[in-house]
Ligand binder design. Structure first.
Ligand SMILES: Nc1ncnc2c1ncn2[C@@H]1O[C@H](COP(=O)(O)OP(=O)(O)OP(=O)(O)O)[C@@H](O)[C@H]1O
Length: 369
């Protein structure tokens, strides 16, 4: 099925004080997708999100939403709502008042259209709208699992509950697009994981496009349909969590997303690569014969085997129990490899390793290496 583009960024650039923060960015975001902008602090992800939301103006380029150029339009004129890391709730209002605040401040004309109402007397219309807004707010609270909290004061809620109110306040407007700027960053790990799951479920249920900003790669992995990995104002790689994890385009992505071993290698010829002085079968790559390359192998992709069946033999330098598996550092020909295994090893013990051809990912060597 062909996906419909809902937002398109075309050559978007943003400068602050001569410094380029977002550099000629191009990105298509599809209807109903969960797209995450992922990168370390300062890479420009929040600025990108703020430009989509209309809180920041691009110096160059266009932001197209549903086929229309919205570059010069303010936030309230866009079919977008935003949830920030700091919830920005009104402390003097209770939960339901916070959630319904946005709708209550809309014009009668807007609300009549929003609820698809017929023209009636003004008095009648006001009464109907009041009831409808209350109903919408209750539905939004139910969606974020806060039914029964309508009359609570904001400062009598936990951080997680406040974040849910902020979400309810955004989704009550039924925006087509929801922007979320590190909305879970202030929560503790357990609650954050629970909210990650709930957010994803909610997004599927509502059929909204979510654009999510985080510097937490695990969070991005669990929630997103696609991830845009950013570095210094550009998108370095865009793809599904799986493709980014299994086929990182460069050292930056390979080390930012998960743990990896990056080993210098030589691409001998089609389907054959040499590293650590051993020839390995690989699959699906085309480089120049005898080109220098880097091989990426994830710690869980090494098979620990008997020494006589091993392609590589090494010595265990350290071992750490990680709850389910052990994480070993294995020295093979002066190179230290991270290897995950369920087997128990002691330091100094010899170990045999194997790698399946399809677990070997090959990257170009960068010019600065
Ligand atoms: N209004 C502003 N004026 C000047 N510089 C700014 C402004 N907003 C952001 N910057 C700078 O732009 C750079 C990118 O900021 P941005 O918030 O987009 O990064 P980020 O990737 O979201 O990082 P973080 O996770 O820390 O928010 C930073 O160096 C920041 O100091």
């Amino acid at each position: 099925m062909e996906q419909k583009v809902i937002i398109e960024l075309l050559n978007v650039t943003k400068q602050f004080d001569e410094e380029i923060i977002v550099d000629n960015l191009n990105l298509k975001i599809y209807e109903n997708e969960f797209l995450t902008l992922l990168g370390p602090s300062g890479c420009g992800k929040t600025t990108t999100l703020r430009m989509i939301g209309g809180f920041e103006e691009a110096n160059n380029g266009q932001i197209i939403i549903e086929g229309k150029d919205f570059s010069d339009l303010p936030p309230y004129a866009r079919p977008i709502n935003t949830v920030f890391q700091k919830y920005a709730l009104f402390p003097h209002l209770n939960v339901i008042e916070n959630v319904s605040f946005g709708l209550r401040n809309r014009s009668i004309e807007y609300l009549t259209k929003f609820y698809g109402l017929e023209e009636t007397s003004k008095k009648e219309l006001k009464k109907t709208l009041n009831e409808l807004i209350q109903k919408s707010a209750l539905e939004a609270l139910e969606l974020v699992n806060l039914k029964g909290y309508e009359n609570r004061k904001i400062n009598h809620l936990s951080g997680g509950q406040q974040q849910r109110v902020a979400l309810a306040r955004a989704i009550v407007n039924k925006p087509k697009i929801l922007l979320l700027d590190e909305p879970l960053a202030a929560l503790d790990l357990k609650l954050r994981q629970k909210m990650q799951y709930e957010l994803k479920e909610m997004q599927k249920k509502l059929g909204m496009t979510f654009i999510f900003v985080t510097h937490d790669q695990e969070e991005a992995m669990t929630m997103s349909d696609r991830i845009a990995v950013m570095d210094k104002g550009v998108i370095v790689q865009l793809g599904t969590p799986k493709s980014i994890y299994n086929e990182p385009v460069n050292r930056y992505v390979a080390t930012f997303i998960g743990e990896s071993n990056i080993i210098p290698a030589k691409y001998l010829k089609k389907d054959l690569v040499r590293f650590l002085n051993v020839d390995f079968e690989c699959m699906g790559y085309t480089f120049k014969n005898n080109e220098k390359v880097n091989v990426v192998i994830r710690p869980e992709d090494f098979d620990v085997v008997d020494l006589d069946k091993a392609k590589l033999t090494g010595t265990v330098l350290s071992t750490m129990f990680k709850g389910v598996h052990n994480e070993l550092i294995v020295e093979v020909k002066d190179v230290k490899l991270k290897v995950n295994t369920y087997e128990n090893y002691v330091v100094g013990e010899p170990i045999g390793l194997k790698v399946d051809p399809y677990e070997i990912h090959i990257m170009k060597v960068e010019t600065n290496e």
